[in-house]
Design a protein around this ligand. Structure first.
Ligand code: GDP
Length: 296
């Protein structure tokens, strides 16, 4: 868009990595996401996890990690198809007793197309039939070669079910993130991407969004896709009200007029009128495009 402002180096600060877990059905994506969530919830004093939004954060060795909590490839591909790049790192889960399957290949292709670094989690290591060597062998075909075999792909062996290997998995994510030198500018107005959104009977439009740059605050005038509004309230991944959200933070917001789509970009403007003008311009652009396609 026309609003891209470059951040100067001195404003850039380290930000948490945003991680997506992909892999073949039943290889353990959901179980792994749950195991990670339960291992280290940020603000665990809040008394457990009261609400489940489409993304969450954990902390390991003082470093936060953001997980997009929508297993499967749909969210990832949908967001990518809409031009959004939200993921910094992809974890490919492969069941040690099953090996590389069609959706494993698909996941590798998606990650490579998005130029995301890959960490392989060999899951279900607790099973007597687990054969991690076979998984590693199969993955060499895709140029995912373990370090001990002279390659540069990180493999971790886990049992999501038993919660084993989770710490090491988080360590590997932190290491990989360090190499990526992920930065953002918390001082500017927020921008980012919609993770999911719905219409709630009582609260109106509720959207889980990922702040990718800047800091989002209550009261901000926001344009999301072709809708707009003002951030009336914000909650974090464990349903605590928050007043602001910095880079790589997922938050649930209310106050937008219509329901945006997963993958829609959002951007905060310094005043309401501008936000509204831009949203209306986008709306009429979309209408014009639609008319063109119906005429054609
Ligand atoms: P998804 O389809 O990739 O999200 O897979 P799920 O997380 O739903 O797991 C599929 C099945 O495998 C469930 O019955 C899980 O309990 C089981 N499972 C997941 N991880 C493990 C593991 O580490 N060990 C064992 N034995 N079973 C697991």
């Amino acid at each position: 868009e026309d609003f891209v402002i470059e951040d100067s180096d001195e404003d850039l600060q380290e930000r948490p990595p945003v991680v997506t877990i992909m892999g073949h059905v039943d290889h353990g994506k959901t179980t792994l996401l749950d195991a990670i969530r339960h291992s280290r919830v940020v603000n665990s004093e809040a008394g457990g996890i009261t609400q489940h939004i489409g993304a969450y954060q954990v902390e390991k060795d003082g470093k936060k990690i953001t997980f997009i909590d929508t297993p499967g490839h749909a969210a990832f591909t949908e967001m990518r198809a809409r031009g959004a790049k939200v993921t910094d790192l992809v974890i490919i889960v492969v069941a040690a007793d099953d090996g590389v399957m069609p959706q494993t290949r698909e996941a590798i292709d998606h990650a490579k197309a998005a130029e995301c670094p890959i960490i392989v989690a060999i899951n279900k290591m607790d099973k007597p039939t687990a054969n991690p060597d076979r998984v590693m062998q199969e993955l060499t075909e895709y140029n995912l070669i373990p370090e001990e075999w002279g390659g540069n792909t990180v493999f971790v062996k886990v049992s999501a079910l038993k919660g084993e290997g989770i710490d090491e998995c988080l360590d590997m994510i932190n290491l990989a993130a360090e190499m990526e030198e992920l930065k953002a500018n918390p001082k500017r107005l927020a921008s980012g991407t919609v993770v999911e959104a719905k219409l709630d009977k009582g609260r109106g439009t509720v959207a889980t969004i990922l702040v990718q740059n800047g800091t989002l605050r209550i009261g901000d005038a926001i344009v999301i896709g072709k809708t707009y509004g003002r951030v009336r309230a914000m909650a974090n991944d464990i349903n605590q009200e928050v007043k602001e959200a910095g880079p790589s933070t997922p938050v649930e917001i209310i106050g937008i007029h219509e329901v945006p789509l997963a993958g829609d970009p959002f951007m905060v403007f310094s005043d309401d009128k501008e936000a509204r003008k831009i949203a209306e311009a986008r709306e009429s652009n979309v209408k014009r495009e639609e008319q063109k396609t119906t005429k054609a």
